[in-house]
Design a binder for this molecule. Structure first.
Ligand code: FAD
Length: 457
């Protein structure tokens, strides 16, 4: 009886998983997941993300086992160990095929190419797919045949390409003729808020369906952090417990297959930002080395450890920034409007290198994703593709008044300010700060803004 191995990575799902789908069409399948603990630390990925991965794998296993597909969960140290482990498994089960979906950062790409050459040498077929984008990578090019660097024309071209691409997610595999014996289950570290983030592909799909029930309000509510106006799907998209294609297909179904509504939808646009940043990573993998996307960008950062420490702890003395950072530290997630505010505050107002912030975000985020995180930080620091202009510096005070007018979000995450009214909560007086044991501002906003504009212009 022939058997193939499906190497699960950032695609912890049974549906719309090209590697699994096509492997199962060719015969019996064994699922394998190999956590590289040391490598993940080197990439600054958070314990929260690892925890969600682990529990999602256990849920995935339940689904796979119903199809008579085993899932072995193995832990090693490095990418090199992953290759060795794959070689051993190929030998042990006499696998005739190894199937996996591509990953795009530099180290991952190099590892995958090594895997392909070493496993092929053993006489085992290697089949690779793209499962992480809604359109094929690298097909969207401008008139000069080059990748887009600006989002709006990219999105226009993306829509045209998407209309000709496969919309329907791939089916889960058929039940296999395989009897499952013992499954390897190594343990990983686990430290995440499972009361907020229910693991696994089924929980991800349920979350999507709940969100679609209010997708029409997304445009109005998406910028208000005190409302749950966004999908909260980013952790699931980051680990592949749901695919972007599944999201778009379900959105299309929600709109009764009305293309106009689909392509005009604001939420779809955000998914396309994800595609845009992924495409940038594919076209310019050097950004994995944290180089600015725009080589002419001004880099004027200073060694401001004090501000950086205060920012990390949520003790900058700017209530909206502190609430944002505490949301990140407590839940592993931060609202998009606040990610922009927190990033611009650290980078442009405190003049701290955006790479420090990028790294800290990655170490905390449950949805930590290299392409989107690097894209977001480079957008905010005006070093990136289609970045904000250098003079765009969000004012923590006006943003706070505009997007948290009643101060509800601040009250939730900065409880020492709970008693303040909706006017003073955005900028407590010196007396209130002393009385409530809340820190003085770590920078003078007006001075810092002036300095940033002078240095960055
Ligand atoms: C400095 C900074 C760092 C960021 N780091 C990450 C990160 O590590 N991982 C991550 O997934 N997103 C990141 N983002 C993008 C965005 O903030 C999150 O995707 C979003 O807040 C997730 O919440 P949601 O799932 O409710 O989003 P929704 O508003 O419901 O959007 C749906 C999906 O679209 C994608 N998306 C939305 N906005 C963006 C965007 N601006 N860029 C790329 N994709 C987007 C996400 O996959 C998201 O889940 C970052 C943004 C900034 C400004």
């Amino acid at each position: 009886m022939t058997v193939s191995i499906v190497w699960f990575r950032q695609d912890i799902r049974v549906e719309d998983n090209p590697a699994l789908h096509y492997a199962a069409k060719n015969g019996n399948v064994i699922g394998l997941y190999i956590e590289a603990e040391e490598q993940r630390k080197e990439h600054d990925e958070s314990d929260a993300k690892v925890g969600l991965i682990y529990d999602s794998l256990l849920k995935l296993r339940e689904q796979l086992n119903k199809l008579n597909i085993p899932l072995h969960i193995v832990k090693v140290e490095t990418f090199k160990d992953q290759i060795k482990t794959l070689e051993n498994w190929v030998d042990e089960v006499s696998a005739e095929g190894l199937y996996f979906n591509n990953e795009y950062p530099l180290n991952e790409k190099k590892r995958d190419n090594d895997v392909e050459s070493r496993i092929t040498k053993k006489g085992c077929r290697v089949e690779r797919y793209d499962g992480d984008l809604a359109v094929e990578p690298s097909v969207i090019k401008n008139k000069q045949g080059e990748p887009y660097k600006v989002f709006t024309p990219y999105k226009k071209a993306w829509v045209e390409q998407h209309k000709t691409s496969r919309l329907k997610p791939l089916d889960a595999p058929q039940k296999q003729q395989y009897s499952i014996e013992k499954q390897v289950t190594d343990d990983f570290s686990k430290n995440y808020r499972d009361d907020i983030w229910h693991p696994g592909p089924i929980a991800a799909m349920e979350r999507l369906q709940r969100f679609l029930g209010k997708v029409e309000e997304y445009k109005a509510n998406r910028d208000i952090p005190s409302l749950s106006g966004t999908s909260l799907l980013s952790p699931y998209l980051a680990i592949g417990a749901i695919s972007v294609r599944q999201c778009i297909f379900e959105l299309y179904q929600h709109y009764n297959q009305d293309e106009g509504k689909l392509y005009g939808d604001k939420w779809l646009s955000e998914l396309v930002w994800r595609e845009f940043y992924r495409q940038i990573l594919i076209d310019q993998p050097e950004i994995t080395r944290h180089k600015p996307f725009n080589p002419d960008a001004k880099e004027v950062w200073v060694d401001n450890q004090e501000a950086f420490e205060a920012w990390k702890k949520g003790k900058t003395g700017f209530p909206i920034i502190d609430a944002a950072m505490r949301q990140l530290n407590q839940t592993g997630w931060m609202h998009n409007r606040l990610r922009m505010n927190a990033a611009m505050f650290l980078n442009k107002l405190c003049l701290v290198d955006w790479r420090w912030g990028e790294k800290y975000f990655m170490q905390q985020l449950i949805d930590g994703d290299f392409a989107s995180n690097n894209g977001g930080w480079q957008w905010c620091s005006s070093t990136g593709a289609d970045g904000a202009p250098y003079f765009r510096i969000m004012s923590p005070l006006s943003q706070s008044k505009r997007f948290d007018p009643e101060g509800d979000f601040i009250r939730k995450f900065v409880p020492e300010l709970e008693s303040l009214d909706k006017h003073s909560i955005h900028e407590p007086s010196d007396e209130q700060r002393t009385e409530l044991d809340y820190p003085a501002p770590v920078i003078d906003y007006k001075e810092s803004r002036k300095r940033a504009l002078e240095l960055l212009s």
